[in-house]
Design a protein around this ligand. Structure first.
Ligand code: NDP
Ligand code: MG
Length: 409
């Protein structure tokens, strides 16, 4: 039987008309879309905390717009700047990674996890421990922590509502009464900027080409993940944890129009799907407001104008990241942790011009191979173990990138 985020495993929550909320990663692509949704319904939300890493101007501006109580900047050298920009507003300021985690401990109804990468893990766990439901965009924190993430959420009796569009689609397509009859879950993929490119074209791809996503405007890391299709691999792992479903019943289908975001196939052959424009404000609004629905200022779907919806199987030869991620999912939490860490390092190296595009997946694969012999099977029973393994994955990835760089140079 699969699990639905709609079924509280802990206490039931009152459907409060006005919700308190914090946004971690408020200056990013998801953070800005979240602010948009909140601003449209000013009377529905009270904003407690917003955070960023280094973009002080955007953080200060958003804090004022949203009337946040506290603004936290991760880069402690920017504190004076932030203080100056928010002087006289009554908005409190703080800085440093520890201050972000501390801010996440403030009680709110909902915390939006929109930091990019494993850096979002500790704040998200702190918000869980403080009893906040989580609107989860930051898939990497789930991929790196594995089952520990759900155990923490279950212990705190909080819900994890999926912001990721495909997972929100599955959430919307799961019928609470029919969880036993779910046969398969399918998430769709746009195919990214290289869907029709040859391997040779992909080999020579520049960061600018790889960042140019055909359908979605997103932050740089997830844009590169979409180009390698590692994003879909991370999403398979995310789906496994969110819905408690095994790899063999999880499918990926390439759907270039990005209109059908995901669907559930039931035992009787019925397929329930969620459709919508490619605009993250739709899943964000669904999670922020669930179980109510409020209006969003998003484009409405005009299927006659779209005309044709197409679907195709992913090409695992040109997009090996997808098979590497699936194998990691089947190998267990230690493997998905290493996969995520190595991928974060490889994506950053590609964006820095240190490695070629095809080397991203090759690095992740090589790191997983090496890690199997040394840390394979590590049980992730504490956050310390999760972070230590993540550090090892990063170290192995950096080592390989440096070694190959030296050989090439
Ligand atoms: P962005 O890069 O646009 O934004 C990242 C946010 O996190 C920014 O606010 C950034 O601050 C902050 N941040 C970066 N590094 C750190 C750090 N080390 N510690 C604390 N804060 C940090 O990313 P996206 O909004 O695109 O993505 C956010 C997450 O949501 C990712 O996990 C992504 O996979 C997921 N997601 C995104 C989607 C999208 O459409 N963008 C769709 C589905 C999932 P600053 O601006 O100051 O650098
Ligand atoms: Mg997605």
């Amino acid at each position: 039987m699969v699990r639905s985020p709609a079924l509280p495993e802990g206490r039931a929550r009152a459907d409060k008309a006005r919700r308190t909320l914090s946004i971690f990663g408020a200056t990013g692509s998801i953070g800005r879309s979240t602010a948009d949704v909140v601003l449209q319904h000013g009377d529905a939300f009270d904003v407690e905390v917003i955070t960023a890493q280094s973009r002080v101007d955007e953080l200060a501006e958003t804090a004022v717009q949203l009337g946040a109580r506290l603004a936290v900047i991760g880069d402690a050298t920017r504190l004076a700047d932030l203080r100056e920009r928010l002087a006289g507003t009554g908005i409190a300021v703080a800085a440093g990674p520890g201050a972000i985690v501390e801010a996440a401990s403030r009680p709110v109804d909902l915390a939006v996890a929109a930091i990019v990468g494993a850096a979002g893990l500790e704040p998200t766990l702190a918000a869980i421990d403080a009893g906040a439901d989580i609107a989860l965009a930051n898939k990497e924190c789930m991929v790196c922590a594995g089952a520990l993430f759900n155990r923490r959420a279950a212990a705190a009796a909080v819900r994890v509502l999926p912001v990721d569009s495909e997972h929100d689609a599955i959430f919307q397509s799961l019928e609470a009464n029919n969880l036993r009859a779910v046969e398969r879950i399918t998430i769709t993929a746009s195919g990214g900027p290289f869907r029709t490119a040859t391997l040779d074209e992909m080999r020579g791809a520049t960061p600018a080409q790889a960042l140019k996503h055909p359908r979605w405007a997103m932050g740089p890391k997830i844009s590169i993940d979409s180009a390698t299709m590692m994003n879909k691999g991370l999403e398979l792992i995310e789906a496994h944890h969110l819905f408690d479903i095994e790899s063999a019943r999880l499918d990926v289908l390439v759907h270039p129009q990005s209109i059908v975001h995901g669907f559930v196939t039931y035992a009787d052959g019925s397929v329930i799907a969620q459709l919508g424009a490619a605009d993250m404000r739709i899943p964000i609004s669904h999670c922020l407001n669930w179980p109510r629905r409020l209006e969003t200022a998003t484009p409405r779907l005009d299927l006659a104008a779209v005309g044709t919806l197409t679907f195709e199987k992913p090409d695992l030869e040109r997009f090996p990241a997808l098979s590497i991620a699936r194998a990691a999912l089947e190998n267990g939490d230690w493997a998905t942790n290493i996969l995520n860490a190595a991928n974060e390092v490889a994506v950053a190296a590609f964006l820095d011009g240190a490695i070629e595009f095809l080397e991203i997946a090759a690095t992740v694969e090589a790191v997983l191979d090496r890690a199997t012999a040394t840390v394979g099977g590590t049980v992730l029973d504490t956050v310390e173990t999760v972070l230590a393994l993540d550090g090892e994955g990063r170290r192995l990835a950096a080592e390989r990138i440096e070694f190959r760089g030296r050989r090439a140079g």
